[in-house]
Design a protein around this ligand. Structure first.
Ligand code: CUA
Length: 327
């Protein structure tokens, strides 16, 4: 039983990695389709070389055993099967890879520009609007389907890498430099992005959500993100805003439309509309906001934001309620 099922058991972890919202083999964009095609051609080329070389190896041992081999035949086996054939296949794959690389480096014809800064351990996202203004948000990127989007990638601290496997390859974010990348999503949906370069203790908790939307819905969403935060809707939310300001949260965070204008941490103007909290650490709702503010140190190792667990429970709950309603 074990013997017969062993290949399937060994293959399972391999194949299970091919599915899900973070799979590079289920492309949802033109660049990801190219990366997936390269993967399959490389795999096919590798299998072809292996089969031919193994076939010739078996043939060579066979003729040797039957003592029919001639020096000339052995020479041809080594030269043709061992050198010329793999060289031709590998050279063809190399040319294919170089052509793909040139296509991925073509930065022309983009319609939208997004600047993303990888910071320990979250993502600062800035959209350039048509009127020249910028809209800043964090840990979430929304894209219009069918449009070529130019990303400008940077980092103020250490090297991070920007990667949305379903939409394209990864590009490093290097301090003191701006790197570029183009993505053109073809399928609406929600995908996962992650930091793909080890950048410190919370590297594994440096994720972001990517939502590919229809063009009209995207334009509406960007318009909403550009607007200032809505005022507190009731007495509890009002108390939450007051606690937020009184505890100095505005020194690090911005909530446009209030006195909070900090630039150190994520902009929270529409924090309640985001899918995740703490760069993919928790889902977003009043309960998780409260947990996050009170226990950042336990939820994300070495995170820059101090834990505010010493605050009275009603203040913490009011603040969480206010932030979760910032949609
Ligand atoms: Cu940022 Cu790993």
């Amino acid at each position: 039983m074990w013997r017969s099922s062993r290949p399937a058991i060994l293959l399972f972890p391999l194949l299970s990695g091919c599915n899900g919202p973070q799979s590079a083999l289920q492309p949802a964009g033109i660049e990801a389709e190219r990366v997936a095609a390269l993967f399959w051609w490389m795999t096919g080329g590798g299998i072809l070389i292996w089969l031919v070389v193994m076939g010739l190896f078996i043939y060579a041992t066979h003729i040797r055993r039957h003592k029919e081999h001639s020096v000339r035949r052995t020479r041809w086996l080594i030269l043709g099967g061992g050198i010329i054939f793999p060289t031709v296949v590998l050279a063809a794959l190399l040319v294919y890879g170089l052509i793909l690389m040139a296509q991925l480096r073509d930065f022309s014809g983009t319609t939208l520009k997004i600047a993303v800064s990888g910071e320990q351990w979250w993502w600062r996202v800035r959209y350039a609007r048509e009127d020249g203004s910028m809209v800043e948000l964090a840990n979430e990127i929304r894209l219009p389907v069918g449009e070529r989007v130019a990303f400008e990638l940077s980092s103020p601290d250490v090297i991070h890498a920007f990667w949305i496997p379903s939409l394209g390859g990864k590009v490093d974010m290097i301090p003191g430099r701006t790197t570029q990348m183009i993505l053109e999503p073809t399928k609406p949906g929600t995908y996962l992005g992650a930091c793909a370069e080890y950048c410190g203790s919370a590297h594994a908790l440096m994720k972001f959500d990517v939502v590919v939307m229809e063009k009209a819905a995207f334009a509406e969403w960007l318009e909403r993100q550009a607007a200032p935060a809505k005022p507190p809707q009731d007495a509890t939310a009002q108390q939450g805003l007051q606690a937020f300001l009184a505890n100095g949260c505005g020194a690090c965070h911005s909530v446009r439309g209030t006195e909070a204008r900090g630039q150190v941490g994520p902009d929270l103007t529409h924090a309640g509309s985001r899918l995740s909290l703490g760069a993919g650490t928790l889902p977003t709702n009043a309960e998780t906001f409260s947990r996050w503010i009170g226990h950042t140190d336990q939820l994300k190792p070495d995170v820059r934001m101090p834990a505010f667990g010493m605050l009275p429970a009603d203040q913490l709950a009011a603040m969480a309620r206010y932030l979760s309603e910032l949609e």
